[in-house]
Structure formats: structure tokens, C-alpha cells
Design a protein around this ligand. Structure first.
Ligand code: NAD
Ligand code: LMR
Length: 336
């Protein structure tokens, strides 16, 4: 029996990921069977009809948990009373666009949305940024919301985490839920570092299980360096090449799991999410960086004290350098 109502705002709700998110959220996959949902869908004017169409279909599902659906092109309306925000709508990179152009275009989206969250969101709001470049978009939104504690802002690297688990499960011939302790460090980009050095399968270190399966430790290292890491880090591009457009259902699934675990807790297991660095592992403060994280239900906290060897550290540092370069580019635009 549902007892409370939660206001969930989804930006870019008329887009692909939005369409994959809405029905699962309304069915209770994100917040469970005890929480009714008030959906607020934000679109730009060109996207409003698509969001309105999705709203009609939501009505036709007659979900018992869904209290209301509101479609708007006003950030102030969309974020008024918002308790959970999924910031999906973003400007994708187009032909001839440079990274700086993308950052500038997205600063024009995530700056005003951060300000609207600051003005109208619930005191306990939690925000996850999905739209790319997700880490730096979250940085921009957080900087534009000075009254919201920065640890409420996160960016999605759960998809990278799940991709890493999926690759390991396939290689080891086990189910995905038998693999634990994977970590994604750095940026949601090809520079990320998917790390298996703390991962286990049935309590056995994954590196040992790989060595057993592939014929020795050297073969395991070669597979990790030459196949696993690049495949996970470039999986987004692989999906675009094979499907003809970027990942949708897997991204929506990851966003739902990100919020579910943030709100419901991870227990002793950890997952990966990009959070605002407080200097953990030497990452400059304020960068939105992916780490292994746990939540007790009150938000993600970095799992500290994990050992990174020199090779791992070099990979992580390279991704952090990319995040710093993005922050510098945004600062140069006068946004931060
Ligand atoms: P899409 O183009 O199908 O949908 C995006 C929607 O956002 C469109 O309907 C557009 O009208 C809307 N939009 C644009 N600007 C907006 C604004 N200012 N306010 C509200 N809505 C706005 O794209 P998609 O496939 O749904 O992907 C959305 C984003 O998610 C992209 O940036 C994509 O690169 C990113 N993505 C991230 C991950 C991840 O793991 N972090 C995974 C997959 C995709
Ligand atoms: C993904 O990881 O699938 C998305 O970020 C889309 C992309 O551009 O790779």
C-alpha cells in the first residue's frame, strides 16, 4: 500500500531515454511499491508534443502508483517541489562541433536548470545528470545552485559499471549478480578506468578467476588491458555503431538503479557513481568524478582506502586530467 508521494522531474522527457524511463518509474521500479509518484516532464518547446504523447500513454497504463503527470517547457515549473531530478535532456555533439562548443551549449542548459532547482526544489532534493558530458554538466548545475549541498548532485556512471560487470560475467561464464566489487574511476568518457582489482566472483578475486580461465596471469592481464578496458570505456561508441543511435534502455535502466540504490541503500556492496570530489584519492575538490560508492539511503559516499597500483593510478589520473580540462574550458567560458 503506497503511503508517500515523491515528485520526480525528468528533463528531456520527450526523448529516447525519457521514453524508456517514464514507464518503469511509474511502475515502481525506481522507488519501490510504497511510494506514489508525481511526474514532472520538462522539454524544450519542440519536444513538448513528444512528452505529451508519452503522458497520454502513461494514463493508458493506469499505473496505481502514478498520481499525476505534468508536461512543461518551464524549468521553474518543472523543478518546483522536485525531490528527485533526472537531468537527461542535453545538446548532443553535432557535425563540426568541438568539445568547447558542446560545453558552451550545455552550460546554457545546465546553468539555468541548476538555478531553477536552487529556487524551487525540495530541501532534500537529489539530482542525477545523465545528459552528456554528464560529469561536467553536473558540475555546472551544482555551481548554479549555491543553496543546494553539492553532494546532492551526481552524474551517471552506473551504465559503465553495469557494462563492466556484464563483460566479466560473459567472460567468466557466470551470472552478473555473482560479480562484486567492480569500480569505475574518472569521467564518463573513453578515458574512464574500469577497475577489477578489488572485484570477486564467488569470493575469488576476478583476476585469479580470469587467469584460471584464460591460461595464466599474463593472459588475464592482456585480456584486461587489450579487450576489457577499451571495450567498456568505448561501449557507448560501439552501441552507436551497431544500433545506429546511442544507448537508450540500458542508460534508462542504469539511471533507475542509480536512484534506487542512492535512496534505498547499497548495503555493504558498492556500485559506481560520479560524485562531487571532496579530495578523495587526491582528486581535486569540486570535480564530479566517478568513484566506487556506497549509500546508506542518505546519498552516495565514496568508498575510501582502496589500493590503486601504479598502473591503475596512471589510468585514473589521465581521466581526472580530462575532467580538469573540461572544468577549465567551462571556466574559460565564464560559466563557473
Ligand atoms: P534524445 O535526443 O532522444 O532526447 C533528448 C531530449 O532532450 C530531446 O527530446 C530534447 O528535446 C530534450 N532537450 C534538449 N534540451 C533540453 C532542455 N534544455 N530542457 C529539457 N529538455 C531538453 O537523446 P537521448 O538518447 O534521450 O539521450 C539524452 C542524453 O543522455 C544525451 O546527452 C546522451 O548523450 C546522454 N546519455 C548519457 C548516458 C550516460 O551513461 N551518462 C548514456 C546514454 C546517453
Ligand atoms: C553511452 O555511454 O552510451 C552514452 O554516453 C552515449 C555516448 O555518446 O557514448
Amino acid at each position: 500500500m503506497a503511503t508517500t508521494t515523491t515528485t520526480v522531474t525528468i528533463t528531456g522527457a520527450g526523448g529516447q531515454i525519457g521514453y524508456a524511463l517514464l514507464f518503469r518509474i511509474a511502475a515502481g521500479d525506481m522507488l519501490g511499491p510504497d511510494r506514489r509518484i508525481r511526474l514532472k516532464l520538462l522539454e524544450i518547446p519542440q519536444g513538448v508534443r513528444a512528452a505529451e504523447g508519452a503522458a497520454l500513454e502513461l494514463q493508458d497504463c493506469a499505473f496505481s502508483l502514478l498520481e499525476s503527470v505534468e508536461v512543461t517547457d518551464s524549468p521553474a515549473t518543472a523543478f518546483d517541489g522536485c525531490q528527485i531530478a533526472l537531468l537527461v535532456g542535453a545538446r548532443p555533439r553535432g557535425p563540426g562541433m568541438e568539445r568547447a562548443d558542446l560545453l558552451a551549449a550545455n552550460a546554457g542548459i545546465f546553468g539555468p536548470q541548476g538555478a531553477a532547482l536552487n529556487a524551487g526544489a525540495d530541501d532534500d532534493v537529489r539530482i542525477v545528470v545523465v545528459g552528456n558530458p554528464a560529469n561536467t554538466n553536473a558540475l555546472i548545475a551544482a555551481a548554479s545552485a549555491p543553496d543546494i549541498p553539492s553532494d546532492r548532485f551526481t552524474a551517471l556512471t552506473r551504465l559503465d559499471h553495469n557494462r563492466a560487470v556484464g563483460q566479466l560475467a560473459a567472460e567468466l561464464g557466470v551470472r552478473a549478480d555473482e560479480v562484486e566489487g567492480v569500480a569505475i574511476w574518472g569521467n564518463h568518457s573513453a578515458s574512464q578506468f574500469p577497475d577489477v582489482s578489488h572485484a570477486t566472483v564467488h569470493g575469488v578475486p576476478v583476476v585469479d578467476a580470469l587467469a584460471e580461465r584464460l591460461g595464466g596471469p599474463e593472459q588475464a592481464t592482456t585480456w584486461l588491458d587489450d579487450e576489457f578496458i577499451p571495450r567498456v570505456a568505448k561501449r557507448g561508441a560501439e552501441i552507436i555503431e551497431v544500433r545506429g543511435s546511442s544507448s537508450v534502455a540500458s542508460a534508462a535502466n542504469a539511471a533507475i538503479e542509480h536512484v534506487r540504490d542512492d535512496q534505498g541503500g547499497t548495503g555493504e556492496a558498492w556500485t559506481s557513481a560520479a560524485v562531487v570530489s571532496r579530495g578523495e584519492y587526491g582528486v581535486p575538490e569540486g570535480l564530479v568524478c566517478s568513484f566506487p560508492v556506497r549509500s546508506d539511503g542518505s546519498g552516495y559516499r565514496v568508498v575510501e582506502g582502496l589500493r590503486l597500483d601504479d598502473r591503475a593510478r596512471a589510468r585514473f589520473d589521465a581521466s581526472v586530467a580530462e575532467l580538469e580540462a573540461e572544468r577549465t574550458a567551462v571556466r574559460d567560458l565564464g560559466v563557473l
